[in-house]
Design a protein around this ligand. Structure first.
Ligand code: SF4
Length: 332
């Protein structure tokens, strides 16, 4: 493990002044909150910051639900949010995404902000025994392209990186048009969650639009009638403590037995949480008839590119959409 100094700032403005940078392996300073992902990567020598800036006790952890929507303080834990009565009742897709993530022990420790900024599960990224990883070592190549890539993305990839985004929570939130409140040395700004994560392009080592010093302070979700009739479907290799092979977050606004508006996002298949507007448009006015759902879900495959081992995801994600829409539509 690379030696680092642990800083414990007295308040948030002192923490921001360190200029820590999220989602970059070349950052000399990084924030640590729950630490569930960070500590693993420090132990494996994948992340090598000289300084860790502790956010313990500095960020809001409140969960607020009202007529305008939801606000989740960045320090709220996965377990607290998953078990909150208003979220279980009014935003089941969020609660289900969290309960299908990690383990009870991890959910008790991991925070909302940290969940959105967790690093990819690409095994080549997480094992420094592999030299070729543009995300960990810019310009070194990509061992997954041409290597074993069953777990990798089929949407939003580039010739430099095909790593799938790992967060279940982000998939549920993006379906609900969530945003993040960001605090930094130059003030506060709001970033739509759909714009927080970057596509890999030719710079896969830069994962988010956060500037040096910026930290996620809260997540906001606007009120929407579809949120109540929502579902998170996760397909994975084992029943617990496993990342998604494919997942689908669905929220439906129904007009009787027909879909008035659908919101759909996919996980496990994109290099960032992946919304599918063409599928949503095709579902507007559709019934829950399986043939109609299947026809709409086919639009998810537009632009998808398999790399061999992960070709099956292109079909599986369409089936996941059909199944998740059916489950959400059957909800009262
Ligand atoms: Fe690295 Fe991305 Fe290639 Fe994985 S897919 S080895 S994270 S560059």
């Amino acid at each position: 493990m690379h030696p680092f100094a642990l800083e414990r700032p007295r308040d948030l403005s002192a923490a921001l002044a360190f200029g820590a940078q999220a989602g970059r392996n070349d950052a000399p300073a990084e924030y640590i909150a729950g630490g569930t992902d960070m500590v693993q990567l420090l132990q494996e020598d994948v992340r090598r910051p000289d300084r860790l800036i502790s956010l313990a006790g500095l960020l809001d952890g409140r969960i607020e639900s009202g007529s305008q929507g939801l606000r989740l303080g960045a320090a709220a834990t996965m377990a607290e949010v998953a078990a909150h009565p208003a979220i279980m009742e009014q935003y089941p897709v969020i609660s289900e995404a969290l309960l299908n993530s990690a383990s009870p022990q991890v959910r008790n420790q991991a925070t909302m902000g940290g969940n959105l900024l967790q690093r990819t599960r690409c095994p080549y990224f997480r094992d420094i025994g592999y030299a070729d990883c543009n995300k960990r070592a810019p310009g070194s190549g990509c061992a997954a392209i041409g290597g074993e890539n069953r777990w990798h993305a089929v949407l939003g990839t580039s010739e430099n990186c095909i790593a799938a985004h790992p967060s279940d929570l982000a998939v549920a939130l993006i379906a609900l048009d969530a945003a993040v409140e960001v605090l930094g040395p130059s003030g506060q700004r709001v970033v739509p969650l759909a714009e927080l994560h970057r596509l890999p392009g030719d710079a896969p080592h830069m994962e988010t639009v956060l500037e040096p010093g910026e930290v996620i302070a809260a997540i906001t979700v606007p009120a929407n009638p579809a949120a109540r009739r929502s579902h998170y479907l996760k397909v994975r290799d084992r029943a617990s403590f496993e990342f998604a092979v494919v997942s689908a977050a669905v929220a439906l606004d129904m007009d009787g037995s027909r879909i008035r508006q659908a919101r759909i996002a996919l996980g496990g298949v994109g290099t960032k949480p992946w919304r599918v507007p063409r599928v949503e448009a095709a579902l507007a006015g559709a019934s829950l008839d399986e043939a109609a759902l299947r026809q709409a879900a086919a639009f998810a495959a537009e632009g998808a590119q398999g790399r061999g081992d992960n070709d099956f995801k292109i079909e599986l994600m369409q089936r996941a959409i059909v199944r998740a829409v059916g489950i959400a539509g059957a909800r009262a």
